[in-house]
Write a protein that binds this ligand. Sequence first.
Ligand code: AMP
Ligand code: ZN
Length: 510
Amino acid sequence: MDFALELSLFVGFFYLCVNQTLRVKSDHQLVIYNSLSGKKENFVPLHEDHVGMYVCGPTLYSEPHMGNMRTFINFDFIYRCLLYLGYKVKYVRNITDAGHITNSAGQEVDSIGSAARSAQVQSLEIVYTYNVKFQELQRVYNLLPPSIEPTATAHIQEQIEVIEQIIENGFAYVVNGSVYFDVKTYMQQHNYGALSGRKVDELEQETRTLNAQDEKRFFADFALWKKAGDDDMQIWRSPWGNGNPGWHIECTAMSTKYLGKHFDIHGGGMDLKFPHHEDEIAQSCSSLGCTPAKYWMHANMLNVNGQKMSKSLGNFFLPKEIIAGETALFKKAYSADVIRFFMMQAHYRSTLDFTEDALNAAEKGYERLMESLSLLENVSCNDSSSLEVKKLVDSFYSAMNDDFNAPILIANLFEAVKQINLLTEGKITCTIQDKEELKNQLGGFIFNVLGLQGNTTNSDGKLNPVMDLVLDLRQEARSKKDWSTSDKIRDGLAAAGIVVKDGKEGTTWG
Ligand code: AMP
Ligand code: ZN
């Protein structure tokens, strides 16, 4: 890492601290693309200055991959923008740790249970193991913690109560200890498919037909509660007998418990639109009489060679593998900050291809952006200014307020970088006030809004002896084949933004 970059990272960290205390106002109207209407709409919160936002969290049967992280990073960015605009945000993101999940083919799978059975441990041991990793990833990628992170297993009673209400209102039926949502009855009064645009008759052609063993009355009906099977490891008592909840009901129970029956924003990955979110809408309309959220937001997929990164396709990368440079796809390691910057270069509604060229370009751009902060620091000031700070800052806000357009925001930040270069070359001048204003605004958008950290500083070399000691301890653990300690040290350093790499020439870090 060269000295200018190291200095800029330190300057960045300083900005971050200063800007934490700033409350920024904007004259621009925030516009959000609402997946429910298929249009961009002015954002008008249900309660002035307050925003309630629910985002579907991970199913912790395995370690979240980079694709999962893209969705969580995107919603972290959206959360940060709302905070930066001065809203008081209650951000609820659940953890799925129970129940049957319906996959897009309409089959119910108990992913946590099967992971627990094959590891011969209890279900919550699986969830707990991966939740520790997920929380660590949030620190590494600089995700702000949500206001509440509720788990499905801690809300079984609430789920049972919603199901009881749906049955009482005539939209669900009980068969042999299971409860199913009655899509045909629902369709008589509501538009099933309002969010996803899926038509039931078209769906029927994609789905296998029901056979005599099926309990459901109609192929599109979905489980609200499943009678316990012989293999099930997570079983609760209910008015319908022992069993476990369907997947969609947990989000209805937890979002409405913490945000009320109608709240501002509901988000998740694009692949959750159907059936998960469509079924959440059906559950809310049939139990509470209204759709849960005013604005539905869907983040698009991280792809590999044009295909969605996913566990089932086997084309996934774990975030820690990328930080450690241990993937077959890339020749080198990339820091969490560079990866976050790479993700921010695409709009949240666009797909993004995970390629080495794109990551290398992102790394260069990131370094240029960070360097410009230290260049600005050293600019000498004048009595007159040809710097158009207000115009630049306006362009930052207008990009952010146009449906959280991070790539345009970054392009506009680079307009500021151009101006800083001109200042450095003495081709334009600025006053001390303009310089300070630009510094604060750039710092605010780079660190608070985009969520970059810029904190891997070692400019005075003070870290070197500390790192020698830590790497010695790690080497000692490795020679004793104590992999858990050695991984713990590596992951802990990664959390602090330091990448450790083992190569032929020994262990390096940076
Ligand atoms: P899961 O743990 O499977 O419930 O997924 C957690 C979140 O990650 C959901 O919002 C998914 O939509 C999202 N997700 C899954 N795969 C990808 C991907 N390749 N790119 C972006 N988001 C994804
Ligand atoms: Zn959900």
